[in-house]
Design a protein around this ligand. Structure first.
Ligand SMILES: [Zn+2]
Ligand SMILES: [Zn+2]
Length: 945
């Protein structure tokens, strides 16, 4: 048998089957660096419209985890897709650098005392530590293919940004949103600091719950209120229920609901007050059966009757509170304004004392009660119970499980502790209403983000922006020692100080003497605020124009962060933006879910389901990591597991192999000299280009709507169905067998080139490494003509269905017929009538409609169906023959498949009839007619397939 391999157009490409990404990618990164790729791209886009994504800064501490990777990759994909769509879209990365975790780390290394005694040295160490962390995280992000200028990024600790935060504070003061007050705040005894909303999480906690009796100071008065004529000689008690026994010494009132009915009840040897609705459950807890109801009255009747705190003997009134409910307890609520937010609000209303009884480490301060001095509140249940027992004021205790706020860093229960702090007030100057009115000016993806934000703004308490720590932006305010007010010239001081901070950093404030600002004895009356700003104030105040001078007053187009940022960065940015300029911080907010394992469980070291981005990159490469990120519907939780990743690798291969096939088949092709114009192309090539055009439209729309996972779905459908099974499988024969310079082959190559040119742009936002590798095969000048500054392939926009040989509608019918033919062949193969599709002779019995479409292609149909011969018969005129044929699912089509009697061509493997088209014998008797033609360098004419 002769070997015709040499006569077949089998070309090899150096674009490998398996990407070997983990080795190729670092080389590309180096190349991009050396070519200053990001700057080249930016400068090529100078006159384009801008699209700005403002990067919410991650915290500069610890390794980059999979959640960081999802966030930064989504941003990078979004920005790249915007460039592809004709925008100038810069990417400036940021880092959040102040705050407790870094302070803790440095304290760990240097000792707590170092912080206390060497303030400036300590801050230097913090700065150094943060910078080191930023560099580490930067190199991780860089490896993921994030494209930016790595020398241009922002850090909240930079002097100019500290200065910006201080100026923002000035504007907040000017707009009358700032207050200073003593108020309970969430406090972590490990952090020894107030915590932001975003720093706490609710977990189940076991607490001791107590029923405690407060003795009435005037039984006569109580009886009068209950309209009871003959006072009992027994003492009267108000019974409260609490799950935080340690707050009882700070009790300043008892709350009742004005609308509830309260009962005066006599038990064995005392009289107590309880809400009617809770009497039964209370009696059950008390385990008493004999109760005598003496009288009843409305809650409103009880206001300002006086009782005695059983631990401190403090005289406390009954107050009216809307927060009293009938879910549990007694309907009388213990109120400690220094240790609860609702309690504080009632305290303000009734002018109660905001008493704080614990220090920053969570221990009782002295003089609360002799046996409580310096005792940790978390170890005080026993002592409190003991005191109450001694006073006969303790009823019953039991352990309950309930949701309780914990510090997300230390995992310890938080307490409400009242301290004097700076707050951005939500009600002063109508800030809450102003914010709510702006929510609709932002577009939210997914849509539920809007409701979520609205609900959080409605509920949000005043924002405590001061922290009693060292590592942060200073709050440069002089406070009056007696009346606690800020100096009348504060705004002009802040303006001066912010200028100095821009040059010398926040340290300037701690260095400067009060006398430099305050003259004429004022310096003796005021003191310098030592607190620093909450880190959420830092990041929230840094808007895009503060990091990029070219974009003054530009409202960024997009914020894109994880769903935890509704109470974090989205919230702080929104509050500050409205408080400062009564405007939104950005036009669109996109949220992504958290990464969970395949069972929906959070990543955790103890479960052992943690997968780090580094692991994925080291095993598969960054493009696989990016493909996983974009394949997920990020509006929900994002799943990851070994199995999911191996599925992603398969998807990658599908895309890669499609590209590889195209590349290897255009190796001897130059679009300028060999390209065929659309109208002269083979019909099937026209068809695939029309389909490519349709896909491009779809993919652009998906990118525009930030539906990246739909881009991937479309890409995969395109590669495996439209391309692989409905085009390449068919066209392969023509490309391999026909004369290398024939019109039919050049037509196919032209289509390949255009498809590749479109495909490489579609994938480039998601797979920058792979697309760049492809680009090197396509582009003549990589620097001048760079893929990443290019736009979607315009050629596709120029072609039109008006110029096609066969309409898309007719093609659809042809492919329906092909599908039915394949089914019959498959059946015949199972019945062993044919061994291979190419061995089949096919007769189609068709109605006139199908015939009209198929007859045009008749001679070339065998190449479409991949069979030896195709004959078209009219089903009406050949009824008896059609009897033998197989019915199909397509109306008006019957298919008959038989085995060819011909010979298998040694070159193309189609079966041929030995006498077909042959005038005389020649040396190629093992080849079919078209192969002979090709070998004799005579062009095989194709028009359709
Ligand atoms: Zn903590
Ligand atoms: Zn042949």
């Amino acid at each position: 048998m002769k070997n015709y391999k040499e006569t077949i157009n089998l070309l090899k490409t150096s674009f490998s089957m398996y990407g070997n990404l983990k080795e190729k990618e670092p080389k590309l990164l180096k190349e991009w660096d050396e070519n200053k790729l990001y700057d080249v791209i930016r400068s090529s886009q100078i006159r384009k419209k801008t699209f700005i994504l403002h990067d919410g800064p991650p915290y500069a501490n610890g390794d980059v985890h999979i959640g960081h990777a999802v966030n930064k990759i989504l941003k990078d994909v979004l920005i790249r897709s915007k460039r592809m769509n004709g925008f100038d879209s810069p990417f400036v990365l940021g880092w959040d650098c102040h705050g407790l975790p870094i302070e803790n780390q440095v304290e760990k290394n240097k000792g707590k005392l170092f912080n206390k005694h060497h303030f400036f040295e300590f801050r230097k160490e913090c700065r150094k530590y943060a910078l080191y962390q930023v560099e580490r995280q930067k190199s991780d992000f860089k490896r993921m293919g994030i494209l930016t200028n790595w020398n241009r990024f922002y850090m909240t600790m930079e002097p100019n940004l500290e200065s910006h935060s201080i100026r923002t504070l000035g504007k907040i003061i000017k707009n009358r949103h700032l207050t200073r007050k003593r108020k309970p705040v969430y406090w972590c005894i490990q952090c020894q600091s107030a915590l932001a909303e975003a720093e706490l999480e609710y977990l189940q906690k076991c607490s001791l719950s107590l029923y405690v009796a407060f003795k009435s100071l005037n039984s006569l008065d109580i009886c009068r209120r209950f309209q009871k004529s003959s006072p009992s000689c027994l003492p009267i008690y108000a019974i409260i229920w609490t799950t935080t026994p340690w707050t009882i010494p700070a009790n300043r009132a008892i709350g009742v609901n004005r609308d509830f009915t309260y009962l005066l009840v006599e038990s064995n040897n005392f009289v107590f007050i309880v809400a009617e609705g809770l009497l039964k459950s209370f009696a059950k807890v008390m385990n008493v059966s004999k109760l005598k109801i003496l009288s009843s009255c409305h809650g409103s009747m009880l206001e300002s009757s006086m009782f005695s705190n059983p631990i401190t003997d403090f005289k406390v009134p009954i107050v009216l509170s809307d927060h009293v409910h009938l879910n549990e307890g007694t309907g009388l609520v213990h109120i400690a304004p220094g240790h609860g937010l609702e309690d504080y609000d009632i305290g303000m209303k009734y002018k109660l004392e905001v008493s704080n009884i614990i220090d920053k480490r969570g221990r009782f301060v002295n003089h609360v009660h002799p046996i409580l001095d310096k005792l940790s509140i978390f170890k005080s249940d026993e002592q409190i119970t003991k005191i109450l027992e001694e006073k006969n004021c303790f009823f019953i205790s039991k352990n309950i499980f309930h949701k309780y706020p914990f510090c997300w860093r230390h995992n310890v229960p938080l307490i409400f502790r009242s301290t004097t702090q700076w707050f951005i007030s939500m009600h002063k100057n109508h800030l809450r209403e102003k914010i709510l009115s702006k929510i609709d000016s932002i577009s939210w993806y997914p849509k539920w983000g809007r409701e979520r934000m609205e609900e959080m703004v409605q509920k949000r308490p005043d924002w405590c922006i001061s922290r009693q720590r060292s590592w942060g932006t200073p709050i440069p305010i002089f406070i009056h020692k007696e009346n606690n007010k800020m100096h009348p010239d504060t705004l002009s001081f802040i303006s001066d100080i912010s200028k100095k901070v821009k040059c010398f950093g926040g340290e300037y404030w701690w260095n400067v003497s009060i006398d430099e600002f305050l003259k004429n004895g004022d310096s003796k009356k005021y003191f310098k605020e030592k607190d620093v700003l909450d880190v959420w104030f830092d990041s929230g105040s840094i808007n895009y124009s503060s990091i990029n001078d070219d974009f003054k007053d530009y409202i960024p187009d997009v914020y894109l962060e994880g769903s935890d940022q509704y109470r974090g960065w989205f919230m702080s940015s929104l509050i500050l933006s409205v408080a400062v300029s009564n405007d939104v911080p950005c036009k669109t907010i996109i949220t992504h879910g958290f990464v969970v394992d395949k069972n929906g469980k959070k990543m955790s070291k103890s479960i052992g389901n943690v997968i780090s981005p580094k692991e994925i990159i080291n095993e598969f490469g960054a493009d696989i990591l990016r493909l996983w990120v974009t394949s997920s519907d990020y509006s929900k939780e994002i799943n990851i597991s070994k199995e999911i990743l191996s599925g992603i690798v398969d998807h990658y291969r599908k895309i890669r192999n499609t590209i590889r096939f195209l590349l290897s088949n255009i190796k001897d092709f130059n679009i300028k000299t060999d390209g065929i114009c659309f109208t002269n192309m083979i019909a099937l090539d026209q068809r695939i280009l029309m389909i490519t055009k349709r896909f491009q439209k779809k993919i652009i729309r998906y990118y525009e709507n930030y539906n990246f996972h739909k881009v991937i779905n479309a890409l995969l459908t395109f590669c495996s169905i439209e391309m692989s099974s409905e085009y390449l499988n068919i066209v392969k024969d023509r490309q391999y067998m026909n004369l290398s310079n024939s019109l039919s082959r050049r037509s196919g190559q032209t289509a390949f080139f255009h498809i590749l040119s479109a495909l490489v742009r579609w994938i480039s936002p998601i797979l920058p490494f792979t697309s760049y590798e492809v680009w090197k095969f396509l582009a003549e000048d990589l620097i001048k003509n760079n893929l990443f500054s290019d736009q979607y392939y315009v050629y596709l926009q120029e072609i039109s269905e008006n110029n096609v040989v066969i309409s898309m509608e007719n093609w659809d019918l042809v492919f329906l017929v092909k599908k039915e033919v394949n089914k019959v062949i498959e059946r015949k193969r199972r019945e062993k009538i044919v061994n291979h599709s190419m061995e089949s002779n096919v007769v189609l019995y068709v109605d006139s409609k199908i015939a009209g479409v198929l007859q045009v292609l008749e001679k070339e149909l065998k190449f479409l169906f991949l069979v030896s011969s195709v004959k078209i018969m009219d089903v009406e005129n050949s009824k008896c023959c059609a009897m033998k044929a197989d019915l199909t699912d397509l109306h008006g089509l019957k298919v008959e498949v038989s085995r060819s009697n011909g010979k298998k061509c040694n070159r193309c493997w189609y079966y041929f009839n030995i006498f077909e088209g042959r005038e005389k014998k020649h040396k190629f008797d093992d080849l079919c007619h078209r192969c002979v033609l090709n070998l004799l360098k005579k062009e095989e004419i194709r028009k359709f397939v």
